[in-house]
Design a protein around this ligand. Structure first.
Ligand code: MG
Length: 369
């Protein structure tokens, strides 16, 4: 089986409402997603999606995905998409770094491999059944009352786990947010306070040692070293996110005891193949993980839900579904959706989500052998 064509589409997907991170430091209104279809000489096609969360969140952006695929495509022509290890090594040789560029290609190759094997991706990843995965809300920064109102609204949609975005220059406001939100949580619900790198170590230590709440705190500071410094000096378990880009970062995080868990996002680490390697490592060292993508439609969300469903319960925390924030749904009716606080991966072979070319319209590029 050989890759004969790689087609890309650009899709600008507006958010239902503006989204604020880090105490209002970062604002997001629209995502620039790239959909990819890989065709083979056997007539089997696979789909993938790469959608960075804007261009200010991480060193990744939509135009970079498409430019990177243009660079990778000639090397991929004629290669067997089922040889996932070889495909990923080839991509790293052809374009070192730029992991966010590679995730849609890797996803489409997994889709093809699952279709050929007649197995859904959750089974390809070692899962025994299509386990429903708890989903978590994502609560934009605001006043404590605004944030509690958003949590109540999410609870009504079935969410029992919430990710509340905090972190600003006003440490008193953050202390108030943490205490008010933690105290307002209905029984059976939990929250992670996601700082998105906004604090210095001194602020993190001061805030977290001032609050009584012992909920998870995510990515309190910019770097892995800073997070490790904080983790050694606070009682809250620390979840790592933006400082983890490749396997070595995860290994170093564990060596430095920088946290008790990690967010595993295929687009950030280069695709499902690399994410699976990291999840296996996380399971080995006893981490708890949120497995979700950086952004995207129900296609990218579904790929991450396949991975999450194949991860042992004890190591899997809730997954966020980006597509609930979008005013656009290019794969209507397909994929893993929130159903009473849980999302179940499809059991059809492969990814179980197909791009709709009528909806996607004119391709951004067609690369052929
Ligand atoms: Mg985060």
């Amino acid at each position: 089986m050989k890759i004969t064509r790689i087609t890309t589409w650009q899709r600008k997907m507006p958010l239902i409402e503006p989204y604020w991170l880090s105490g209002g430091r970062l604002k997001f209104e629209q995502l620039d997603s790239t959909f990819v279809r890989i065709d083979t000489d056997d007539g089997v096609s696979g789909w993938g999606e790469a959608c960075p969360w804007g261009h200010t969140y991480l060193p990744a952006h939509g135009p970079g995905v498409r430019a990177g695929i243009e660079t990778l495509a000639p090397a991929l022509m004629g290669r067997d998409p089922r040889a996932l290890g070889a495909i990923n090594n080839l991509m790293d040789l052809t374009l070192p770094g730029h992991p966010y560029v590679k995730s849609a290609i890797d996803m489409a190759c997994w889709d093809i491999t699952g279709k050929v094997a007649g197995m859904p991706l959750w089974m390809m990843f070692g899962g025994e059944q299509a386990t429903p995965v708890a989903v978590n809300s994502s609560i934009s920064t605001g006043t404590p009352d605004e944030m509690i109102a958003l949590i109540r609204r999410a609870s009504e949609s079935g969410y029992r786990v919430h990710s509340a975005k905090i972190g600003g220059t006003d440490t008193k406001a953050d202390i108030e947010r943490i205490e008010a939100i933690s105290a307002a949580l209905p029984p059976g619900e939990s929250v992670t306070f996601d700082v998105n790198r906004a604090w210095t170590p001194a602020v993190a230590i001061s805030v977290l040692n001032s609050v009584t709440a012992r909920d998870w705190v995510e990515q309190p500071c910019q770097t892995l070293e800073q997070c490790a410094h904080v983790a050694a000096r606070v009682q809250n378990p620390v979840m790592l996110d933006e400082c983890l880009h490749d396997f070595t970062d995860h290994l170093n995080a564990w060596r430095m005891a920088a946290g008790e868990g990690a967010k595993v996002k295929p687009n950030r680490v280069g695709g499902l193949t690399r994410a699976k390697q990291i999840i296996d490592f996380g399971v080995s060292v006893g981490w708890q993980m949120h497995i979700e993508d950086l952004g995207g439609s129900a296609m990218a969300d579904t790929a991450a839900i396949h991975l999450a469903a194949a991860t042992p319960d004890a190591h899997r925390l809730a997954s966020w579904l980006c597509h609930y924030h979008l005013a656009d749904d290019p794969v209507p009716g397909q994929g893993a959706r929130n159903n009473g606080g849980f999302a179940t991966p499809p059991s059809t072979p492969g990814l179980g989500v197909q791009g709709d070319e009528d909806i996607l319209g004119t391709p951004a590029a067609i690369h052929e052998a």
